[in-house]
Ligand binder design. Sequence first.
Ligand code: NDP
Ligand SMILES: N[C@@H](CC=O)C(=O)O
Length: 429
Amino acid sequence: MALKVALLGCGVVGSEVVRLMNEQSTELAARIGTPLEIGGIAVRRTGRVRDTGLDPELFTTDAMSLVTRPDIDLVVEVIGGIEPARSLILAAVKAGKSVVTANKALLAEDGEVIHDAARDAGVDIYYEASVAGAIPLLRPLRDSLAGDRINRVLGIVNGTTNYILDRMDALGAGFAESLEEAQALGYAESDPTADVEGFDAAAKAAILARLAFHTPVTAADVHREGITEVTAGDIVSAQAMGCVVKLLAICQRSEDGASVGVRVHPVMLPREHPLANVKEAYNAVFVEAESAGRLMFYGAGAGGSPTASAVLGDVVAIARNRRAGTFAADGDDDSVLAVHPMGETVTRYHVALDVADRPGVLAAVAEVYAANGVSIKNVRQEGHGEDAQLVLVSHQAPDAALARTVEQLRTLDMVRAVASVMRVEAFQH
Ligand SMILES: NC(=O)C1=CN([C@@H]2O[C@H](COP(=O)(O)OP(=O)(O)OC[C@H]3O[C@@H](n4cnc5c(N)ncnc54)[C@H](OP(=O)(O)O)[C@@H]3O)[C@@H](O)[C@H]2O)C=CC1
Ligand SMILES: N[C@@H](CC=O)C(=O)O
């Protein structure tokens, strides 16, 4: 008997799930031991022209009836957003259906409720596609590395912003035109604010941190900054220092092991770092574990087809579990680590100041750094007269002290404007 799938959503990802299920039906049936069949597809607008080759009768706007239909075995949720996705997944689980979802926003907001519900119902919830598109990353974290202690997960987890930053760096392209291209290529979320303001990467960071550190982490715990403030000037400053600007997700256990820090923000990264060479919408993630050492995961991080590959991998895994009469619940979080505030995170700042070109400026600026206990690693002057700019890179200091330094620099008479502030990181690789 066929395994009946309810597909929720038939947009960029959902339509590729349909295509792959059709094109690979024979291979999938062989891997699963039974054919896969689409039992219904829930969408927002049934009247929309879709190039799926499927019977139009399969489409419905009544997603709730579809997920609870007795003949449905498995639900694939690729609608996105919080509601109705949350209610639909919970209803499916309650009705005994296993679920595959790519919905990082929901998992990062309400993951514990969904995992608890799945465990209680004895069904699977798989979500490999929710972080880093096609890259197999969550199952290695959850299963392969379950016997190790992970200290850091660090990487590029948003394809849209990497695409934009790469275009700005390599071609001098503008922000808006690069975002439009990323949208046309199917990389961006339906509301691209989620990408460019860092919400999408923050959700993924929360999911990664939860799995890596076996502790509850939600999107609200993540320090988040997007790329909307990154200017062409920042890109040029980074280039002058042999760096490239990347939006990084950094999940790190504290040295005493008692807390974790989870943050997403733009970083100036040395060009020789492997993450600096991740182009276009590709993603790459380093996992640093005590025994396994440093592992790098790299691949297509966004787009319909790569994401659908991860979704189908989960479908096959669930089908195999069903055959074996088992399910693979995420474990109960075995520790509850505090999430430490960004202010305690030790980092370095690159600061460019538009200044009056006169004696005493450097001394006044240095005094502010010293007053906040921040030491200056190097400083240079760019331009003269009206165009004079001081560019400073600090040594490592707590983020709170660095941020306070910048606020006080703004108040100096001789500082006309703070032209650029960005963290500089040189992670070992
Ligand atoms: N695009 C990507 O590269 C990646 C996306 N994801 C995730 O996958 C999910 C889907 O993304 P994507 O395919 O890009 O999104 P799209 O916006 O392209 O597709 C969303 C689909 O959901 C349907 N839909 C929206 N609201 C409802 C509703 N209330 N009831 C039923 N159906 C509804 C839409 O219907 P209609 O067609 O009628 O508008 C559409 O078919 C999201 O969680 C996203 O974060 C994960 C990794 C990569
Ligand atoms: N909008 C996301 C899609 C994949 O998760 C991205 O750009 O990475």
